[in-house]
Design a binder for this molecule. Structure first.
Ligand SMILES: [Zn+2]
Length: 657
């Protein structure tokens, strides 16, 4: 999984160890829906399981079901249910095989989300905006047992085959391979087949209106890339490098991709950046980007991260939260390796350097955590985890590292792992004792910044970045920006010395110009013309900042700037359009006759028809200019109960003020 926000602390449940007594092997689930505005789900599931030790009862997790009952071995029926678990009482004997057929009805509180079913499809007719009616799931952190009676404990891996009945106008996407689709006029049934077991948090379903394109990996795996029909222009830039990274990771990890295909599906109002459900990654449609948006914010890293999880997390799964870094640290590290293959060494070291800075910041405020603490921050799990793997590889060498990882995966595939399982393989392959390394990097809380930096300084790129310093070498400050140093080093100079910026400094690259736009909030008159050229940069971030700063600095030219930028939407969150509308509203003499039209448009962006990212911009701007009136306020109230907790929290804060 990949988060938008850092410092989100994962919480882990502990489970009664039913897996000692019973091993659930296969599940054939059949899902259908009732009234989608009421989130009605109906289903049946047939489990096959083996009893490992004598026991007088077994259970399935099932949260807040409306009704649920079972038939054991096609003979004994029952419905003992306590609101969280379906309990099957029977004198089970070790080494016996059984079946359990479960029928249920539920309106899921979480883990399955119903998007826009209450919206009128024709209510949006603005540009490319379309109502996206969807159903999608999120198992990790939410529990699949909110809609499918299953086992929350990730140590019991089950082969889940899902079949789903739904409106024929939609696409139904689930784990594994689509082996059959029965079409009966307006309703169809999709049959998906898995060939291997997985933990229940990786079960996934995504339903919506999609097109897809398929590429085949070098090893013959179909890479199915889904997109909204209206987003065909964003397809290439969104999925750029997908096949290259897939081929690279298969080769780098040394173990073939373990599932029948790899599907990626964007959804509206997702909870995170992406989630690595087995063979079926679901990701936020905020990452569907056009070629301009790609420059500032793209799907490449999330794409690689969720793909790496298909091995690290899905094929081998942590036994408990203590070993969460085996999933997130590895996914972050291997994503970076895939990106290194695309963008080069400097990118790789620069990313690690930034991880080290974030870890240093965390250390300074006393919030460092041990990598083996199940309550660690995500910055520790993800970024310290990745850095530790980089350092470990450096310590033992490429050959031993790759061999150890391969052995580690092959030994534990389709099972669960602990940190020692990995360390043992590394020690065996390298012939080195890792006691000290484990103590220093895995167990200790403090982050050893100096040691990490020492390693990163092997990169000439990082050396240069550290050496270039306007605060130390004041006299050289002006020369730096005309020299051949990296864009990152130049950006450092710009943010250190925005007072020294001159006309010719604008001749630099897009990235450096973006830093100039950000740093130069007060624009000297002699730089006005150069600064105005930023409005034409192929970057939605630069355009947004430039529009705002120019509008603020040169009141007499406001009309000109607004006229130049009136056609631009920006990212999917309409960062430029919402700013433009706000400025148009508060610019006194600008198009008076259209003010109410602009106000209505900005207010409309607060409605649930739009993704929460757009709504955040609209809410913020309307609040800032004290124009969040009745409709906006009503939408803000509703947003406080939105399923995305970050959005709901922000809505509550805005409402308070
Ligand atoms: Zn992840």
């Amino acid at each position: 999984m990949k988060y938008f926000l850092l410092f989100f602390v994962f919480s882990f449940f502990s489970f009664s160890q039913q897996s000692e007594y019973v091993d659930f092997k296969t599940a054939k689930a059949d899902i259908a829906f009732g009234d989608l505005t009421k989130k009605e789900v109906f289903g049946t599931v047939l489990y096959e399981f083996e009893i490992l030790k004598d026991t007088d009862s077994i259970f399935l997790d099932a949260e807040n079901f409306k009704s649920i009952n079972y038939v054991l071995d096609a003979k004994f029926s029952g419905s003992l249910y306590n609101g969280n678990q379906l309990i099957v009482k029977y004198s089970f004997k070790a080494n016996t095989q059984h079946t359990l057929y479960v029928t249920w009805r539920v309106n899921p509180n979480k883990a399955m989300y119903f998007i826009d079913w209450e919206q009128d499809e024709l209510s949006l007719e603005r540009g490319q905006d379309i109502i996206n009616k969807q159903v999608w799931t999120q198992g990790q952190g939410k529990y699949t047992s909110n809609w499918l009676p299953s086992i929350d404990d990730m140590n019991d891996k089950i082969e889940f085959d899902l079949s789903v009945t739904f409106d024929s106008d939609y696409e139904v996407i689930a784990n594994g391979k689509l082996i059959n689709k029965q079409v009966a006029d307006s309703v169809s049934k999709w049959y998906y087949d898995m060939q291997h077991p997985m933990s229940s948090y990786l079960v996934a379903l995504a339903i919506g209106k999609y097109n897809k394109k398929v590429e085949i990996s070098n090893s013959g795996v179909p890479l199915e890339m889904y997109y909204y029909p209206q987003d065909s222009i964003k397809f290439e830039s969104t999925y750029r490098y997908t096949k290259q990274m897939f081929d690279f990771l298969e080769d780098e990890i040394g173990v073939p991709y373990p599932w029948q295909n790899y599907k990626q599906v964007p959804v509206k109002d997702f909870l995170y950046a992406g989630m690595e459900n087995t063979s079926t990654t679901i990701f936020s449609d905020a990452f569907m980007v056009d070629s301009i948006a790609f420059i500032d914010k793209n799907y490449v890293n999330v794409n690689a991260h969720e793909l790496a999880h298909q091995w690290f997390g899905n094929l081998i799964t942590e036994t408990s939260g203590t070993h969460h870094w085996l999933q997130e640290g590895f996914a972050t590290y291997y994503a970076l390796l895939a990106e290194r293959n695309v963008f080069g060494d400097d990118y790789y070291y620069w990313s690690l350097y930034q991880y080290a800075q974030e870890l240093l910041d965390q250390d300074r405020i006393g919030e460092s955590t041990s990598l083996l603490d199940p309550k660690s921050t995500s910055i520790t799990f993800y970024k310290k985890g990745a850095l530790v793997l980089h350092l470990l590889r450096e310590k033992i060498g490429n050959v031993a590292f790759k061999k150890a990882v391969k052995n580690y995966i092959e030994k534990h595939e389709f099972n669960n792992v602990e940190t020692n399982d990995f360390i043992r393989e590394v020690e065996k392959e390298s012939g080195k004792s890792l006691g000290e390394f484990v103590e220093l990097w895995l167990k200790e809380k403090d982050f050893k910044y100096d040691l990490a930096l020492e390693s990163l300084k092997k990169s000439v790129f990082i050396q240069e970045y550290l050496m270039v310093d306007c605060e130390v070498f004041i006299s050289r400050c002006k020369d730096y920006l005309n020299s051949g140093i990296s864009d990152e080093a130049k950006s450092k100079i710009v943010s250190q010395s925005s007072n020294y910026i001159q006309k010719e400094d604008f001749k630099n690259s897009l990235k450096v110009r973006q830093t100039i736009a950000q740093s130069l909030t007060e624009i000297p008159i002699e730089l006005k013309k150069a600064y105005e050229s930023l409005l034409k940069d192929e970057s939605y971030i630069t355009k947004e900042i430039a529009l705002f700063n120019l509008w603020k600095n040169f009141p007499e030219e406001r009309k000109k700037y607004l006229n130049k930028t009136r056609e631009i939407q920006g990212f999917n969150d309409k960062n430029i359009r919402t700013l433009w509308l706000t400025l148009a509203l508060i610019t006194d003499d600008f198009e008076l006759e259209k003010k109410s039209y602009y106000f209505n448009e900005l207010t409309d962006y607060t409605s649930a028809k739009y993704g929460f990212e757009t709504r955040i911009n609209a809410f913020r701007y309307l609040t800032q200019i004290q124009a969040c009136q009745d409709i906006c306020k009503e939408n803000l109230e509703k947003a406080t109960t939105h399923h995305n907790w970050q959005f709901a929290k922000l809505a509550k804060e805005l409402l308070k003020n």
